[in-house]
Ligand binder design. Structure first.
Ligand code: CP
Length: 324
């Protein structure tokens, strides 16, 4: 069991962001509100605010990423921080240096924050447990455990389109079993008090402990989509599958692929989301991915403001009077 209270300081403020488990509704709302205040920065002639000037942020990505890595980097730069990306493949860890020795060396360079992606569940927690006290750690995705900033940007996107969380029915469709995104989304949605969270997948892609998550399970896509306000599609995470969980991608698409006829079963004003990367023709068709109900690229844009909010809150900088 991964401890959660390590992410709060003695005053109960966020020092690390490793998981959304243990965060209160108000803490999540505060992050979304802070993100709202950062959305205007993208429209400024000079896309920068001085909040984290003088701070040094290191992106430590041990696993591939497009969206998370680039939006964390852009967010840090828009906050005026200095940003380093460690290429783990060309770093001294490939010569046998241990992770802890690597951390000690980065600490010696007076860094303030590590943004960590790793294929092992618990990696960000391990790093947060071993860094010097002045350093904050943000989990950018660890194994199948958690991807808290992805879930926060998803909540931000839902709030933009739907306003209140309480009346919503949200259907999460696809590979729930291997998805760190689904776990973090479920924590966020249940903490924010949505009416119903559904997970829709074949039995082989539903985690055994699903009944502890506060969700309703559907194995039929049409039933799972009926009257949904928000439809979140997930990728088949083959890199985390051991053995064949599925007959074939073609058969999966026939049963669980989102096509316009299936989407019509959700509410007429329902939105379609996907954390990316999309596999067109596997979890959804291009007509849906690029269609009028898709907010997939908005999610990417919102990721910058949400990550600005998380980094500025974790490094303890107040927002008032700084948006210059
Ligand atoms: N959503 C997400 O984590 O995408 P990347 O793997 O490209 O960062």
């Amino acid at each position: 069991m991964i401890q959660k209270n390590i992410q709060l300081d003695n005053q109960g403020r966020l020092k690390h962001l490793l998981t959304l488990e243990g965060l209160t509704r108000q803490m999540i709302i505060d992050i979304l509100d802070a993100a709202e205040s950062f959305t205007s920065v993208a429209g400024q002639a000079v896309k920068k605010v001085p909040l984290l000037r003088g701070k040094t942020i290191v992106n430590l990505f041990f696993e591939d990423s497009t969206r998370t890595l680039t939006t964390f980097e852009l967010a840090a730069k828009r906050l005026s921080a200095d940003v380093l990306k460690i290429n783990v493949r060309t770093s001294a860890t490939s010569k046998g240096e241990s992770l802890l020795d690597m951390l000690r060396n980065l600490e010696a360079m007076h860094c303030d924050m590590f943004v960590v992606r790793h294929a092992e569940s618990g990696a960000a927690h391990f790093i947060a447990s071993h860094v010097a006290p002045h350093i904050s750690v943000i989990n950018a995705g660890d194994g199948r455990h958690a991807h808290p900033t992805q879930a926060l940007l998803d909540m931000f996107t839902i709030r933009k389109h739907k306003g209140e969380f309480a009346p919503l029915t949200v259907a999460i469709v696809g590979d729930i079993m291997h998805s760190r995104v689904a776990r973090s989304q479920i924590h966020a949605l249940t903490t924010l008090g949505v009416s119903e969270v559904r997970v829709v997948a074949p039995n082989s892609l539903i985690p055994t402990a699903v009944n502890t998550l506060g969700v309703h399970v559907y194995h039929d896509l049409s039933e799972g989509l009926h009257n949904a306000d928000v439809v979140i599609m997930l990728r088949l995470q083959k890199e985390r599958m051991q053995g064949a969980n599925l007959p074939s991608e073609h058969e999966y698409f026939q049963r669980y692929g989102l096509i316009p006829e299936k989407m019509a079963l959700a509410k007429p004003n329902a939105i379609v989301m996907h954390p990316g990367p999309i596999n067109r023709g596997v979890e959804m068709s291009s007509e849906v991915a690029d269609g009028p109900q898709s907010v997939i690229l908005e999610q990417v844009s919102n990721g910058i403001a949400v990550r600005m909010a998380v980094m500025s809150l974790v490094l303890g900088r107040p927002l008032e009077g700084t948006m210059t």
